[in-house]
Design a protein around this ligand. Sequence first.
Ligand code: HEC
Length: 122
Amino acid sequence: MVRSAGAIVAAVLLSALAGCSDNAGTRGVAGVADKHPGEETYNRFCFSCHAAGVAGAPKFGDVEAWAPRLAKGRELLLKSTREGITPGMPAMGLCTSCTAEDLENVVDYMIVTATAAGEGTP
Ligand code: HEC
């Protein structure tokens, strides 16, 4: 009895690992489940300004700072991310290698963390 319970636990762990094996940047089972597809781009390119709110950038996860931005709607936020906002926000947030999909993911990541306080925040 005891032995088969152990086997079940091992099988569950293995299937969890296998299910996540295509996720780039794996940092362990617990981290993978929470990882948003925009997180890596944010940490590499957007973090430098948005973490501290440099030059009036809406701070990451700051519900109040993002409220008026979110009111514009996702499409407009994507547009201003692609084109930038003079003078503070550079076009594509400096991620010139980002695809349209990368930018959508990272903007969604910022939107999610600024809407659901606590949920999805690192
Ligand atoms: C060099 C600093 C800097 C970097 C790097 C940067 N931002 Fe920004 N961002 C800003 C500033 C400043 C603003 C506020 C601009 C304003 O409203 O005048 C802003 C505003 C925004 C907004 C709100 C746009 C709107 O229409 O209100 C979004 C969305 C955004 N940034 C996304 C990103 C993303 C995604 C990245 C990374 C790929 C990024 N930013 C990188 C400085 C930066």
